[in-house]
Design a protein around this ligand. Sequence first.
Ligand SMILES: O=C(O)CCC(=O)C(=O)O
Ligand SMILES: [Fe+2]
Length: 352
Amino acid sequence: MNAPFEVPVVDISPYVRGGTDAERAVTADAMDTACRTVGFVQVVGHAVPDEAAADLASAVDDFFALPLETKKQLCAPKGVNRGYTPPKSENLSLSLGLQAADRMNDFFEAFNTGAAVADYPDASVPLDPALYPENLWPAESLVPGFRQRVQTWEAQAGRVARTLTAVFADALGLEPDWFRGVTGHSLDVLRMNNYALPPGTVDLDGDLTGMGEHTDYGIVTVLWADQVPGLQVLGRDGHWHDVVPADGALLVNLGDAMARWTNERWMSTLHRVKPPVVDGSIQRRRSVAFFHDGDVDAVVTALPGTVEDGEEPLYPPVTIGEHISAKLAGSRDLQENTDAVREAARVLASAR
Ligand SMILES: O=C(O)CCC(=O)C(=O)O
Ligand SMILES: [Fe+2]
């Protein structure tokens, strides 16, 4: 029988409050094991106040409760990863170049915010406003306090993500501030996801997909989610496993940049969302992902020591900007990404 699938719990408090070298080494070691074996981590000891999470959840409720027509006024132009995306407008499995002929688009609706050009006045390169666009906030009178609640969370999630990269540097034997060199003007995006459809609109005979299978694209993702099943993670056993955040934990997963820098010593693990259907309607589920993706011009290529003598790296060099643009063209513009061969092969090998 297979060993049960478990997402390891890692306590990062020695990096948050300044622990001893020995305490940090325990954390870094546990992180290395989690990243090598699962690629998802239940992170505790992050010191995010409960109130910030409660305010985030209420902000998500308030926004998605608006009428669809009102939300649609906050849609960004095509190709701009900001604002509202209505249900069934994205297809995440196309970010891998995978598509089933009968597959409808993902039914999640989302609201995206993120880093804009103006957030990095000292950036070392000129930043393209297409990749660092302005945010589209609902009017304060429409959802009072929304922006403030969301920005408080963005700051907390960003702090956790940067702390995690300090843990990663130790775990990989890099200089402690190695990630600072590739995240000075990081492409950071916050995506609030609402998995719900009005009763009667669910076609239970169809292939219902909350969010199609995908890997995340950048360095690391910090996820807050309801403890409602739906998120499924592809284990090394080739099976999909339900994962919910542990009490007080943030779910963290690695993106493609980490798999590429480490030449797959660490994994950008495939995941998808299939929320449960109860009495003919979807049990509502909320999640908020903070993507810490790295500098648009950072080159991602196998780190020294990760490729055996005489072997080739598993991936050719790519910049973060090139990689993310190819992925977003898949999920948002519905063009199959032909440059995700290794990720797509993992999905096709899984037990669906
Ligand atoms: O809803 C979730 O739990 C996962 C969301 C996700 O994978 C994403 O937004 O990339
Ligand atoms: Fe994801």
